[in-house]
Ligand binder design. Structure first.
Ligand code: CTP
Length: 403
């Protein structure tokens, strides 16, 4: 999955011949899972039709402040459009538009939207070679970069004028990978490896039965997604679950029992920077596993159980540089019990769930948590979606590892 997946990308098209390539650029953004809207300068419509772009982006294309074709003229709100965008890409960006952007001119919808956008802005210049090298263009690039905008450099090749040199807009596929790399390179968990455990474990009684619990795995999967979206390489070791995730940064290792989870966690732990153990690991397992299905001949059946290995505690014993996070599900004396676990298991952070809180716990999409860190800081959160809890947790971890 691309880092652009789920992102709102606003593509600004200006009047350069390279505008004809924006049809494939829109396709590539859509293919990467992004939502795409297009805003164009009025003269860009001479180079590529709004119909092509609206068909490919599945959204109306905006080019003027008012939709005149409509009987009930509609105001195209540049502020809404600017705020909608997670990323604003101006491609092709002509010398004229770049100069206006650098000077705060807003005499068309694209420029007004540029001034309203708060998101990262990328611009891909396209112009003839002498224009590209003109001090005025160089000044625009510099000014825009000083605003924090990112230039996607033009390439060399045959230009529309027939001249050969620098000034060709980067190819659509290169624009997409430039933006992906740029975003990944700036993410707070880039170059970090994160191990996450999720879901329940199943402890076999016989070939067809097991002891398990109601954990859905949702919390762990949300943490994995969040960490991956922040640039981490994620190893997600999960017990049996219906949860699914496809992400280029997430490597899923399915396991069934506590022992298998223990083995896989120890396989990877030495290589990771952060480990978050959110799995609901069975604390006990049958001492003997019957090789054949147990028949119901006897009126009662007694199973002897023995303790599973405590995976989290075993990591606390051996951890070096790793930042270690555990979960605690408590029903009484919550804070004290959680603080005790934090210490006993040598953790950096513990996430406390109280079963007293409605909407917290195993199957729901929401959770209500309290973070307790090894410095004694306690942060209590309101009930929120597990996706938001995952974001809070990663923000906390990032602030701690950078402290
Ligand atoms: N955990 C683990 N391995 C186990 C049991 C638990 O790694 N065999 C981890 C869980 O993933 C969680 C944390 O330990 O991060 C807390 O689990 P919990 O069951 O609340 O605590 P326990 O230490 O098992 O204590 P108790 O059940 O007595 O409350």
């Amino acid at each position: 999955m691309s880092i652009l997946s789920g992102k709102n990308i606003l593509l600004g098209i200006t009047a350069g011949i390279a505008a004809y390539k924006t049809a494939s650029l829109v396709r590539l953004f859509v293919k990467s899972g992004a939502h795409v809207k297009v805003v164009m300068t009025p003269s860009a419509k001479d180079f590529v039709t709004p119909l092509t772009l609206s068909t490919l982006s599945k959204h109306p294309v905006y080019s003027s402040f008012v939709n005149e074709e409509d009987d009930n003229a509609v105001w195209n709100n540049h502020v809404d459009l600017g705020l909608w965008a997670d990323i604003f890409v101006i491609a092709p960006a002509t010398a004229n538009t770049l100069s206006k952007m650098a000077n705060g001119t807003s005499d068309n919808l694209l420029l007004a939207t540029y001034l309203s956008a708060k998101c990262p802005v990328y611009f891909a210049p396209a112009m003839d070679l002498d224009m590209y090298k003109h001090p005025s263009s160089l000044q625009s690039f510099k000014t825009l970069e000083s605003f924090g905008n990112v230039m996607i450099p033009a390439t060399s090749g045959e230009l529309a004028s027939g001249l050969v040199g620098e000034g060709r807009m980067a190819e659509p596929k290169d624009i997409v990978s430039f933006i992906e790399h740029d975003i990944l390179g700036k993410l707070p968990l880039r170059n970090k490896k994160v191990l996450i455990t999720a879901g329940p474990t199943h402890e076999a009684i016989d070939p067809v039965r097991f002891i398990g619990n109601h954990s859905s795995g949702k919390m762990g999967f949300e943490i994995a997604k969040s960490a991956a979206n922040l640039g981490a390489e994620v190893i997600l070791i999960t017990g049996p679950t219906h949860e699914k995730v496809v992400h280029s940064q997430i490597n899923i290792i399915p396991v069934t029992s506590a022992q298998e989870m223990y083995d896989e966690v120890h396989n990877y732990f030495k290589t990771v920077d952060i480990a978050v153990l959110s799995a609901a690991v069975a604390d006990f397992k049958p001492k003997e596993v019957a090789t054949q299905k147990i028949k119901k001949k006897a009126p009662t059946l007694t199973l002897e159980l023995e303790k599973t290995k405590d995976i989290l505690a075993s990591l606390g014993d051996i951890k070096k540089q790793q930042y270690l996070v555990g979960f605690a599900l408590e029903t009484n004396n919550e804070l004290e019990n959680a603080k005790g676990k934090l210490k006993r298991k040598n953790l950096n952070l513990i996430v406390l769930n109280s079963l007293k809180d409605k909407g917290a716990g195993f199957k729901s999409n929401t959770n209500k948590v309290t973070f307790i860190d090894d410095k004694g800081d306690i942060t209590e959160f309101q009930l929120k979606s597990k996706a938001k809890v995952a974001e809070d947790l990663l923000n906390k971890i990032i602030s701690q590892i950078n402290a």
